[in-house]
Design a protein around this ligand. Sequence first.
Ligand code: FAD
Ligand code: NAD
Length: 402
Amino acid sequence: SNKPKIVVLGAGYAGLTTTKRLTKMLSPEEAEIVLVNKHNYHYESTWLHEVAAGTINPNQARVMISDVVSPKRVRLVYDAVVEIKKDEKRVVLENSEISYDYLVIGLGFESNDFGIKGMGENAFAIEDIDSSRLISEHIEYQFAKYNNDKNASEDSLHILVGGAGFTGIELVGELADKVPELCKKYDVDRNKVRIINVEAAPSILPMFDKELVTYAKKSLEDRGVEIKIGAAISECTPEGFIVGEEKELIKAGTVIWTGGVKGSSVLGNSGFELVKGKVNVNSDLRMPEEENVFVIGDCSWVWNKEADRPYPPTAQLAMQEADVVAANLKALITNQPLKDFVFDDKGTVASLGHSDGIGNVLSGYKLQGKSAAAMKKVVDNRSLFMMGGPMLVLKKGKVRPF
Ligand code: FAD
Ligand code: NAD
């Protein structure tokens, strides 16, 4: 048939939202839609620090794709993308191949170790459900082992986190909640456990103003997190990080890298032109010089013309991009002009564990403490609502009404 075929790669915030919008905007007669994802579930990437700390069950953070996208309308392919051959309009998957007329690349992020020696081999990273669950399982094993192994050192109870950006800070916030629980469960003295967060820059969370940063730092330190700023990590060994000009070795039984992310390695493997691991897209979100390929979410850089730099990659941004990509696909198919993407920033909230946080919302309004923590849960629930409506919020949501 000459019905156009739209293939969406990745069922993260970017790909899943695009797919859902397309099913509302295009009738089955107008276009065939295919969604390709590595697993049969979507996961809330923004909750992965909780999975990694073990403060939520991994199942709470994942949603079966067939529960939120109709398999009658969308062909669901559960397979891993290996390479995109754009000159042949073809995608190579681990177990098959797929051709397209229009492509949306939403394969998300991977950890970026910037080539730091030993980091890839020796540190854990938060990338998906499996890698995040491994971290919480590893930490719990260190606790379970401690009283049963005569040779267990106290270092084995130390948890070292490299990078105090959003992910690092949100992770140590959860760990500060989790550690006392693990100490009770495994008869371990809380004073033997250290949570250490190492950051190269002179401050944690530089995107927040001083007052909020001071609040966050105090909240974490009061709960036993050690924060080392101005301490660049130059190497990761099997024992821990090598830090600062003195090349100090900080040892820990659990070592986690949260120092940055880049786009999916599929982009590089497909020979695309990349800027810092991502595709710099046009303002209509298409790959430069490509008529029919869109790149969104953490695989792309979208330029913020006002600030003259790219927008930071977030779930909020990915979901808004998806709306424009769906509209632009419809425009292409119906020979209409394409729209430019404009970001509507609703603000940012960082959690500091279950009941604390900081945030900037509604252009300039500052939040800290319980109100920020509550706002974070509202944002988390909103994302579930957009994926699967009120039933999904009831099933997996963060705030129990009573
Ligand atoms: P992803 O969410 O990474 O989704 C990619 C999808 O593609 C996944 O389903 C994956 O399984 C699939 N996939 C990957 N590779 C392949 C392959 N080769 N083949 C097939 N499928 C594949 N942003 C916010 O706005 N607010 C927050 O509070 C927030 N908190 C965060 C907390 C943490 C711990 C982290 C790590 C990030 C957080 N972010 C937050 C950032 C946000 O999660 C990302 O910007 C967002 O996930 C990007 O969405 P995406 O759809 O591009 O990619
Ligand atoms: P990031 O790049 O924001 O932070 C990484 C941190 O690691 C930086 O502070 C950096 O200075 C530090 N670092 C890098 N190299 C280092 C080294 N060698 N030694 C010591 N420190 C080093 O990365 P992220 O925190 O993973 O966040 C990724 C993206 O996801 C961001 O765009 C962020 O906005 C988004 N995110 C948002 C939220 C939220 O909104 N609540 C939460 C998590 C992530």
